[in-house]
Write a protein that binds this ligand. Structure first.
Ligand SMILES: Cc1cc2nc3c(=O)[nH]c(=O)nc-3n(C[C@H](O)[C@H](O)[C@H](O)COP(=O)(O)OP(=O)(O)OC[C@H]3O[C@@H](n4cnc5c(N)ncnc54)[C@H](O)[C@@H]3O)c2cc1C
Length: 379
């Protein structure tokens, strides 16, 4: 039961954003930058954002050679270039908004491991063609190929598994936790309200506004706004069951400190399905979704033993052979995919817009998607 005061002053907003991941927070910030007079509320179902934004690897990436080749097989060249542009633009926005030093943005090298497989060797042979295609967008060569044998002492990866190593000249890394902390702090400093532990159960539009119904300790709490932005990524089918969105779980491990690590920077292999980076004296390593697509098509955060075993095996045999790495922690995060690699960014109805389906590139594109979604919302 709400008091007169609560009804009058505490449940009415101009705009409500559902979901406090990178897209929800970036959207709220872009709205406030463009229209500071609006009262903006962000609703998050858990105490912390619980999807992908606080669980990812923190790669500020435009796509590896094998990933871009795979994209060229599945979409038009124009679309591939458009995706690269979106990533570049989004990263620029994120870095300008938050400041490199605040999110530990660094360019310590970004590399792709090219193994002895037929697919990887084909990719190496296609590098010049891919560079030429990307040149108009990047203004310079994206990739450089090196014989792995000649650089082995620099990295320390297994000699027997790798043939080449490809440098990506346009990628960096950041600290995911600091990025999200900065986004939250910035939202608060701009007067954006964030209510956590506030699961939205229904969104009901009528001709005067939108009722956003949240679960408040078992009771319904109805917030009201003129416009709503839905930023719930992999979880959006709870509201729109027919949307072209498939969840994709990602498994990640972090090792205990390892003595004798040689490599620096960020690494991908197998079309971006595997990724690892150095974090101080530790390694963060994740991926392997392609080993068991069916099971990983879930919004459940539990672990997949088959993928965990594969990650451990690759960590020990390919990444740090002979160094006996021990795992300190595991976690999972949930991404959103669909028949297209592009996000769904649209006006759903007169008062509801959405920016969802960020794939494995939300760190890169999230700020740009937030800006476009803000424009859609405030017209
Ligand atoms: C393991 C892993 C590694 C990744 N690595 C990278 C990387 O290196 N680089 C990169 O660019 N991208 C990476 N990504 C992808 C990137 O993290 C995502 O694309 C991005 O975080 C998506 O942001 P989002 O705001 O759209 O969604 P999310 O972060 O999932 O946010 C959605 C939010 O909505 C909330 N929510 C859901 N339902 C409700 C409800 N009913 N009521 C209220 N709130 C609700 C959720 O709790 C969640 O906080 C990775 C993802 C994972 C999982």
């Amino acid at each position: 039961m709400l008091s007169f005061w609560e009804k009058q002053s505490l449940i009415q907003y101009d705009i409500i954003i559902v979901g406090s991941g990178i897209v929800g927070l970036s959207t709220a910030l872009s709205i406030k930058e463009k229209a500071p007079q609006y009262r903006v509320l962000v609703l998050e179902r858990n105490l912390l954002p619980t999807g992908a934004s606080t669980k990812n690897a923190g790669f500020a990436c435009i796509g590896s050679l094998t990933e871009i080749l795979d994209d060229l097989n599945n979409m038009s060249e124009e679309e591939v270039l458009q995706l690269v542009k979106m990533r570049l633009k989004g990263l620029r926005k994120l870095r300008t908004r938050l400041g490199d030093e605040n999110i530990d943005y660094a360019e310590n090298g970004s590399w792709e491991l090219i193994r002895n497989t037929r697919e990887d060797m084909f990719a190496a042979g296609e590098m010049d063609t891919v560079n030429a295609k990307l040149q108009p967008v990047l203004g310079a060569k994206a990739f450089e190929l090196y014989d792995y044998k000649e650089r082995q002492t620099e990295f320390g990866f297994s000699m027997s598994h790798l043939q080449y190593i490809v440098k990506n000249c346009f990628e960096g890394e950041l600290n995911t936790g600091k990025m999200m902390r900065c986004l939250i702090d910035l939202c608060m400093s701009k007067g954006i309200e964030i209510k956590t532990g506030c699961e939205v159960v229904r969104i009901e539009e009528n001709k005067n506004g939108v009722n956003v119904v949240a679960n408040d300790s078992g009771n319904e709490m109805v917030f009201n706004a003129q416009q709503v932005g839905v930023c719930t990524n992999a979880f959006t089918r709870q509201f729109y069951p027919d949307l072209d969105i498939q969840p994709g779980r990602g498994q990640v491990l972090i090792t205990k400190p390892i003595i004798g690590l040689k490599f620096k920077g960020i690494y991908h292999f197998d079309k971006g399905y595997y990724y690892f980076r150095r974090l101080g004296d530790r390694i963060l390593f994740g991926g392997g979704r392609n080993l068991d697509f069916e099971t990983e098509r879930t919004t459940d955060f539990s672990f997949n033993q088959k993928i965990q075993n594969d990650l451990l095996d690759k960590l020990r045999t390919i990444i740090v052979p002979g160094l006996n790495p021990e795992v300190e922690d595991w976690w999972t995060g949930i991404m959103a995919f669909g028949s297209s690699k592009f996000p769904i960014l649209m006006r759903q109805s007169e008062r509801i817009c959405m920016g969802v389906r960020m794939g494995g590139m939300g760190v890169a594109i999230g700020s740009g998607v937030g800006e476009k979604l803000a424009n859609l919302i405030i017209g």
